[in-house]
Design a protein around this ligand. Structure first.
Ligand code: CTP
Length: 402
């Protein structure tokens, strides 16, 4: 439909970027990006109308997104030539053609387009040797100023390299090293930095990506205190195993994987040093508080669970681990070398944490107790007794409350 519409309006429309790359790599990708050689917003509005969808747009960037009735999102951009006011700034926008649009992109593997106007529907447009680089499994920039224009691309290069098991090309590697020498990473805002870091930490091959960032000197450039040491390396390797085990269980709620890795990357830093890291990443007050709490909870629980000499009852495991956010529990699991503790944590994650009791405040009311903070205490004691198997079933729980 979009192709036909483009033809009717007298413009050219292309599917571009990650979608095309992933089709050629036979990977699935549900993010459809269109580029049109006319006003993208007008195009998106028309497309939305034709397909009974909705269009949302961003005037400043001449981009829009069409949300189709089945929920599929289609991004529509105006083919553009970008001028960068100064390195690492956001681009200003001017109309131009598909070739310029592709040329301003990050890597050749992302600079492919497929023409969708009916006369040449499906024709692959490859100006810069993208197909060759896909075949050679190489990440290559399109021009020498790519990292100067946008230093986040250094992290993107690592992300794609590790995701597809490609290699960063020789010249591109030199350009990265140059960009690092020029301290271009310093110019990036904490916000953009943390955004890129999260993307990496939410990928599959996190451990190898962090090692690669370290090897290239990117971690050091972000903050010298983030360089890897052997303790961090060990924990990050173990975290990858623990997190992949946990993700295979499909438990609720899903966890923020990046936070767990972030803890590993910062392992060994004092509270005061962490403040410097939060500053570099421009964390908000609430994000800081969250990490401060997470680290304290881990410190407390890890201290308790590591100190145990005898076997722990389920209720004891529960009491130690329950105050810790799940990201922290998984971190403790990766950090300990003791198999017995790993087992306790696994038992907590897969069963103790999920156990529900059959009685509630309503039952206490029926027993004639006036609502008070005492309720929570009684229900908790019931829960702990159930965890240890001292009482079973609703009747025994009610008797216990009595
Ligand atoms: N892009 C760029 N420079 C950046 C970010 C993005 O040139 N710093 C370009 C890339 O060419 C990319 C397109 O914008 O293809 C869309 O960006 P994004 O959605 O981040 O990339 P995808 O390739 O779709 O990556 P992913 O598979 O991770 O979604």
């Amino acid at each position: 439909t979009a192709g036909k519409m483009a033809e009717e309006i007298g413009t050219e429309a292309y599917v571009v970027g990650g979608f095309v790359r992933d089709v050629l790599l036979t990977k699935t990708n549900f993010d459809l990006d269109l580029v049109v050689e006319s006003d993208g917003i007008e195009f998106a509005k028309k497309l939305a109308k034709k397909m009974d969808g909705r269009a949302k747009y961003h005037r400043k960037f001449k981009t829009a997104v069409v949300i189709l009735p089945d929920g599929q999102r289609v991004d529509v951009a105006t083919a553009r030539l970008e001028y960068y006011e100064y390195p690492a700034a956001l681009p200003t926008v001017e109309l131009s053609s598909i070739k310029m649009d592709l040329y301003r992109r990050d890597f050749t593997v992302n600079a492919l387009a497929v023409h969708i106007n009916p006369p040449s529907f499906g024709k692959l447009v490859d100006f810069f040797g993208s197909q060759r680089d896909l075949k050679d499994r190489t990440i290559r920039v399109l021009h020498a100023l790519s990292f100067v224009e946008d230093p986040t691309r250094i992290m993107r290069a690592v992300r794609f390299e590790q995701r597809f098991n490609f290699r960063i090309g020789g010249q591109t590697l030199s350009l990265i090293k140059n960009a690092l020498k020029l301290n271009l990473i310093n110019k990036l805002s904490g916000y953009r930095l943390v955004h890129e870091l999260k993307l990496i930490l939410n990928e599959k091959a996190v451990f190898s990506s962090i090692k690669r960032l370290n090897e290239l000197g990117v971690l050091e450039a972000v903050h010298p205190m983030l360089t890897l040491n052997s303790a961090r390396t060990q924990v990050l390797a173990e975290l990858e195993k623990v997190l992949s085990w946990y993700s295979m269980l499909y438990l609720e709620p899903p966890i923020a994987v990046w936070k767990t890795y972030f803890l590993g990357m910062c392992m060994g830093l004092s509270k005061a040093k962490m403040e410097q890291i939060y500053d570099r990443f421009n964390f908000s007050q609430s994000e800081r508080r969250e990490f401060v709490h997470l680290r304290e909870a881990i410190f407390w629980a890890a201290g308790n669970i590591m100190n145990i000499k005898q076997d722990l009852k389920p209720s004891e495991i529960y009491e130690i681990l329950h105050p810790v956010p799940l990201e922290g529990v998984l971190f403790i699991m990766a950090r300990t070398k003791r198999e017995a503790i790993k087992k306790y944590i696994s038992q907590y994650l897969t069963s103790l944490r999920l156990m529900k009791i059959d009685v509630s405040g309503d039952d206490l009311k029926e027993l004639g107790l006036i609502p008070s903070p005492q309720y929570a205490k009684l229900l908790k004691q019931t829960k702990l007794a159930c965890l240890d198997g001292i009482i079973k079933g609703k009747n025994e729980q009610i008797d216990f409350l009595k």
